[in-house]
Design a binder for this molecule. Structure first.
Ligand code: HEC
Ligand code: HEC
Ligand code: HEC
Ligand code: HEC
Ligand code: HEC
Ligand code: HEC
Ligand code: HEC
Ligand code: HEC
Length: 363
């Protein structure tokens, strides 16, 4: 008897499901109706966003042309052009900064051309991820406050910058291993310790640009010895290609100084101005050392090229793998206060110079 009852109940339940489920779908054929089932994680993120609370809908950003399971290609792919309709100031600032040049930086220069020809599939999952996610259509705004949560707190965390500013451009590691990073690790976003955004996007300014820039050279250099080293560095960078990237170095000393003064204003919020100036000047000296040792390596390599012991291709990969990122890492670690990182990069460059000098002085 019990079993018959159970079977009846089960049959009833199945009947109810057969009747109600299609009704549920039919009555909920909206964006969220479908996507809550297809991608519950995505919709849950959206429901935690301030924009959801203000009543924005999926179609505000994706349009309303796609309404069926098989026409998803009609959905618009939002870019900075979508966001700037409502966030004019952030979009304007973003476009004035270096992030808006990500795509151009990638498409100019020998390094990119070489890599694209040799290994396009590698470029697709490496260079393009860091450079194009923010470059397409002039910028992708979800690079730091990821979709569909769009959280300013996430963007303020150093982890938001981590996927791109890492390893060859070791800003994350150096920050993480500094006193600033240590306090952030211990206390979180309390504001006591600066995060990347405090120093580079002060008060939410979306224009990112630093005085020395990535390449650590400037067009006007009053220190003669340093000017000579910088010229050597520019020569080898021209061979590698990336020096041709847009706005890669500041054109005048005044422009450089303005950006330095802005940075000093930020540090001074928490430290004595003189303390900060001294710390930054110590790092300027490390940068000079980095440029001069790279120049010495370039001179020694030039001799090998002349004597035929090295060809252009060997030279390219020597700079790419043993000099380029190490030179920059050296001052990146200094500016971000990572002592062990400074030492490690310096020792490596010294070894490269020693090895290549031994070879180039063989005769
Ligand atoms: C009938 C169910 C259904 C409805 C209604 C629906 N979608 Fe979709 N949507 C889908 C399916 C299925 C896909 C494809 C998923 C996949 O490829 O795995 C999709 C894909 C998408 C994509 C990704 C497109 C791409 O090519 O990358 C977006 C964006 C999107 N939908 C937004 C919307 C918006 C906005 C609405 C409302 C205007 C909406 N959807 C309505 C089922 C639906
Ligand atoms: C504030 C703008 C905005 C709103 C509102 C919005 N999206 Fe998106 N959505 C984006 C952005 C930006 C992307 C990334 C586009 C790209 O990289 O090409 C995206 C990508 C997607 C994708 C494809 C990528 C993936 O992760 O699968 C789907 C699907 C999608 N959105 C669905 C939705 C749905 C469903 C809603 C409503 C619940 C919604 N979106 C609301 C901005 C928005
Ligand atoms: C139709 C107008 C509109 C569009 C388009 C739009 N937003 Fe918004 N956004 C808003 C409104 C309204 C708020 C809430 C502002 C507030 O509460 O002060 C907001 C808030 C935000 C916030 C802050 C959220 C918070 O928790 O404080 C971020 C980040 C954001 N939007 C990013 C984006 C991005 C990225 C895009 C494009 C993919 C975009 N928005 C497109 C209107 C829009
Ligand atoms: C992990 C993410 C990532 C990858 C992978 C990556 N880049 Fe970059 N690239 C960056 C970041 C971040 C910067 C700026 C760093 C800085 O200022 O210290 C940058 C800077 C550059 C610049 C200099 C731009 C300028 O104006 O100063 C060029 C050129 C460049 N990258 C080309 C490439 C090429 C070519 C590849 C692939 C072979 C590549 N990048 C791979 C993140 C990446
Ligand atoms: C490099 C990372 C990064 C990118 C890319 C980025 N943002 Fe932001 N965004 C931030 C940070 C960090 C904050 C938090 C600033 C603060 O509160 O100090 C923020 C905050 C915001 C806010 C909230 C402002 C407020 O006062 O509440 C909006 C709106 C916003 N961003 C829109 C955009 C738009 C539009 C784009 C594309 C043009 C964009 N963001 C691209 C890092 C980024
Ligand atoms: C305490 C302030 C501070 C913090 C925190 C900080 N930076 Fe920096 N950053 C600097 C200074 C100072 C420079 C050198 C500026 C110059 O050129 O004079 C710099 C330079 C840079 C540069 C240009 C190339 C270079 O020399 O490294 C990038 C890119 C950068 N920082 C990204 C980041 C990222 C990403 C984070 C977080 C992981 C971060 N910074 C954290 C102060 C800071
Ligand atoms: C999707 C990858 C990506 C993310 C995320 C990202 N960046 Fe960048 N950033 C880049 C690339 C690529 C460049 C070099 C662009 C160029 O030179 O044209 C760059 C350049 C910069 C520069 C300019 C350095 C100079 O040469 O003057 C600063 C500063 C910077 N980023 C800070 C940040 C901060 C702070 C965050 C996090 C809040 C962040 N970035 C998040 C990829 C990224
Ligand atoms: C939001 C506040 C804040 C900002 C902004 C800030 N710092 Fe700090 N910094 C701290 C705190 C807190 C410590 C830990 C002090 C200690 O070691 O006792 C610290 C530690 C340091 C240290 C190592 C400790 C020491 O006494 O030698 C140096 C160097 C430093 N900061 C330099 C800078 C520079 C340069 C800038 C600007 C580029 C800067 N800071 C911006 C809060 C800040």
């Amino acid at each position: 008897m019990k079993n018959i009852l159970k079977t009846v109940w089960c049959l009833l339940l199945i009947l109810m499901l057969i009747i109600f489920v299609p009704c549920l779908y039919a009555g909920n054929n909206s964006c969220t109706g479908c996507h809550e089932k297809q991608n519950p994680g995505l919709v849950a993120d959206w429901k935690r966003s301030a924009m959801f609370e203000k009543g924005l809908q999926c179609d505000t950003c994706h349009g309303d042309a796609h309404t069926q399971s098989d026409d998803s290609a009609k959905a618009e792919r939002p870019s900075i052009v979508t966001c700037e309709k409502c966030h004019k100031s952030q979009a304007k600032q973003f476009r004035e900064g270096k992030h808006a040049l990500c795509e151009e930086a990638l498409t100019t220069g020998n390094m990119s051309k070489k890599m694209r020809k040799k290994a396009p599939d590698i470029v697709e999952k490496s260079c393009a991820v860091c450079h194009l996610t923010m470059g397409e259509n002039g910028g992708q705004c979800d690079a730091c406050h990821t979709r569909h949560r769009f959280s300013p707190d996430e963007a303020k965390s150093p982890e938001a910058c981590l996927p791109c500013h890492v390893d060859n451009h070791p800003q994350y590691e150096s920050y993480y291993n500094s006193k600033h990073g240590a306090i952030y690790s211990a206390e979180g976003l309390t504001g006591r310790s600066p995060t990347c955004a405090t120093c580079h996007m002060y008060k939410g300014n979306h224009k990112v640009l630093t005085s020395w820039g990535f390449f650590g050279v400037r067009k006007e250099e009053p220190d003669k010895e340093h000017a000579k080293c910088q010229k050597g560095v520019i020569d080898y960078l021209t061979k590698l290609g990336p020096i041709l990237a847009p706005n890669s170095h500041r054109a005048t000393l005044a422009e450089w100084q303005d950006l330095r003064n802005d940075m000093l204003d930020i540090c001074s919020g928490c430290h004595a101005r003189s303390f900060c100036r001294t710390e930054l000047e110590k790092s300027d000296q490390v940068l000079k050392k980095a440029n001069c040792i790279a120049n010495d390596i370039a001179i020694a390599a030039g001799r090998l090229l002349e004597s035929g012991e090295m060809n252009e291709e060997d030279l390219f990969w020597l700079f790419r793998n043993e000099v380029h990122a190490w030179r920059m890492g050296l001052y990146i670690n200094a500016f971000h206060q990572y002592p062990e990182g400074v030492l490690k990069k310096w020792l490596h460059l010294q070894k490269v110079l020693r090895d290549i000098s031994k070879t180039s002085n063989k005769d």
